[in-house]
Design a protein around this ligand. Sequence first.
Ligand code: HEC
Length: 380
Amino acid sequence: MVANLNFNGVTRRVVMQAPKNGFFYVLEAATGKLISADPFVPVNWASHVDIETGRPVENPAARYDRTGEVAFVTPTGAGAHNWRPMSFSPKTGLVYFGSRHSAQAYIADADFTPSSVGTNTGVSRALTPAQQADMAAREDLQFEDRGALMGWDPVGRGPVWRVLDPQNAIDGGTLATGGDLVFAGGGQGEFIAYRADNGDRLWTFSAQTGVAAGPISYAIDGEQYIAVAAGRGLQPYYQPNHSRLLAFKIGGSAALPPAAEYSPPELNPPPNTASAEVVTRGAAVYGQNCVQCHGNRIGTFPDLRTSASLANAELFNAIVLDGALTANGMVSFAAALSREDADAARAYIITLANEAKDAETAAAAIAAQNAADADAPHTE
Ligand code: HEC
């Protein structure tokens, strides 16, 4: 983003970006010379950016390919801020964007060979239980929220306000208006107007679908409109989407038609009958080929723990090996996986599903016990 900034009375034309790597950059537009680069989320892969060279000063431990050790890195490839458009208000001098917290364990895959399907980064996702425990114990990688919408001061080099984002609700593109508002949507289907100077929430519209795009402002016959393309779906994956161009004006009276009815699938896994070795192999297969799309627990794509195909090996393999859902974006993995690999992946997902089911049952039992305790007559 290009803008004129006022540095102690001196106006400089700058280029600004909040990239995936977690540092907010301000560069002189005419020369590309670095003016500042400051972390806007916790960053541990580099200590800082060298102002003279413009290069990040890396933490050697982050070079997992050289150390041979696991590196716990934040932010990850998901990005501290991704492509969602930022905005700048010349009135407040602030830049508005949503940040994201993320952490991942990176370890070089010693047996890496490129494959025609799956991910080819040479990173192994198969952590040992000890490495998983190490990661869980790292306090610097526990985040209280998913990120924040920020009003960032590029001259003062820090946030003036932050609206915490517990649920991935406000990471959409932003628009700052001359009326001192900031509009932004998010993954939970809300389109929101904030005060540009302090982040107070002033107005909320329920869009029935995630709002990721950057909003726009325009005028017709002197009347101002705000419009945004909505429709990235909500979790879970099979929930109906409502893709629309939404346009707003002061006094506008249109209402959305009712959202389509939907009830999410329930956890109903078959019992786990596979050996521990098979489940471990399945974890490696899943980590290498499936996790990027289907997630660890909750991902963008279907949560496989609720899949009916868990109880049906033929159906599961028709999808995973024969490509029965290719037209929908789930290709065959036959080039990389044997039938045994696919069976092992299914056994691993069944294990995850049973763990989740047990946790659900335990939580329900505790809730029932609490309700019974509350109803029980109290004695002195
Ligand atoms: C590039 C993304 C991607 C990867 C990688 C991927 N999948 Fe999928 N998968 C999808 C999508 C998209 C769907 C949903 C297709 C649809 O809408 O019918 C899906 C659906 C499925 C389903 C059916 C889900 C249901 O609701 O019953 C199964 C089973 C499945 N995938 C297994 C796997 C396994 C096992 C792996 C790893 C070997 C894998 N997938 C890797 C994208 C992916």
